[in-house]
Design a protein around this ligand. Structure first.
Ligand SMILES: [Ca+2]
Ligand SMILES: [Ca+2]
Ligand SMILES: [Ca+2]
Length: 344
């Protein structure tokens, strides 16, 4: 079973965290910091693009749980939505649906992962949406089975400046509360790997050097191709082609495991040039999430070689600055520590 490694790691971490927790809780009442801290300690996710950025929330319970506390990088502080008292004369409080939380990354970024660290007041039904302008939104993930704790959510790479969570059903009597709302970009599996080209071989390595200012120029337009060798077979959800001035308007992308038999995964005659994100599986099938023992995914491609064959375009040749390849992380990269949090 794919999950076994994750589970083993789980129980080990659960035990060690339980020990740690008793110590922490005895010393202070900051039990809530555990979720974000333990999620961060095991994996290098790259830069948290949401950290200290501008945020908006539908409501705020009180000043000490203001929205910016969910992007301050501190697992002990949190945003909480407003609550009200349905029973006058008692202390009981209740949350409201719906509620939302939004971060402005400051500029358009390539994003593919959102990590939510919920307080006890978690969302059971919610969606994650992204937008370049704050007006037109694309839903990249939705769940009807949110289980609180940490929700680590992967989706096909998107260009987005704004990222938001819209909660429509609460998991508890309380409102919505997030210790941290983190946003990450994807890891490019092609960077630093070998590229082969049909002409202009001395520029082949420019395709995978991670530098958009270096590129490959084909000698002509007839019979050209560019191929990336990932070194071994990887999950492939998306390919980004970063074209130079002489972009291909028509091209086809193929994948292969053996550099011999090829499978067509995408073709277009309407290429626009620039930085093109190509989801080689339909977007709705590349969503990926892990919630405790439940994996929700994915029609993924698996491939070692990714090849682009351009067939039409403007100019005398083709210029391509970078080929990037993105897939979902391996099982071992995924951190799910909700059990530890529940034991608190
Ligand atoms: Ca915080
Ligand atoms: Ca969870
Ligand atoms: Ca380059």
């Amino acid at each position: 079973m794919k999950l076994s490694k994750t589970r083993q790691k789980h129980s080990w971490r659960t035990r060690s965290l339980a020990v740690l927790l008793s110590a922490v809780m005895a010393a202070s009442a900051v039990a809530g910091s555990i979720g974000a801290v333990s999620a961060a300690e095991t994996e290098d996710k790259g830069e948290n693009l949401a950290l200290h950025k501008e945020v908006l929330a539908s409501t705020v319970e009180k000043a000490e749980h203001d929205a910016p506390y969910a992007v301050d990088g501190d697992g002990g502080t949190r945003w909480a939505s407003a609550e009200w008292n349905p029973y006058p004369g008692t202390e009981d409080k209740k949350g409201n649906d719906p509620q939302w939380f939004q971060v402005d990354l400051g500029k358009v970024e390539t994003v593919s992962r959102v990590t939510l660290s919920w307080e006890t007041a978690y969302s059971n039904v919610y969606r994650i949406q992204v937008s370049q302008d704050g007006e037109d939104w694309t839903t990249v993930y939705n769940t009807f089975k949110g289980d609180g704790g940490v929700d680590d959510i992967f989706f096909a790479p998107q260009q987005a400046r704004y990222v938001r969570m819209i909660g429509t059903a609460r998991g508890t009597w309380y409102g919505y509360s997030l210790y941290e709302f983190e946003v990450y970009g994807p890891k490019n599996s092609a960077q630093g790997t070998k590229a082969d080209v049909s002409s202009g071989e001395d520029q082949a390595s420019n395709l995978t050097d991670g530098d958009p200012s270096t590129g490959w120029s084909s000698a002509e337009k007839i019979g050209q191709s560019a191929t990336v060798d990932l070194g071994d077979s990887r999950t492939v959800g998306s390919v980004i082609l970063d074209w130079g001035d002489n972009y291909a308007s028509s091209y086809t992308i193929y994948i292969s495991d053996d550099n011999a038999s090829w499978k067509e995964v995408y073709t277009t005659d309407r290429g626009q040039g620039g930085r093109e994100i190509i989801n080689i599986a339909p977007l709705e099938n590349t969503h990926y999430a892990v919630n405790n023992e439940e994996n929700v995914y994915v029609a993924q491609q698996t491939a070692r070689y990714i090849r682009v064959i351009p067939t039409e375009g403007k100019g005398e040749n083709y210029t391509l600055n970078e080929m990037e390849v993105y897939g979902n992380p391996t099982e071992q990269d995924i951190v799910t520590n909700d059990d530890a949090i529940k034991e608190v």
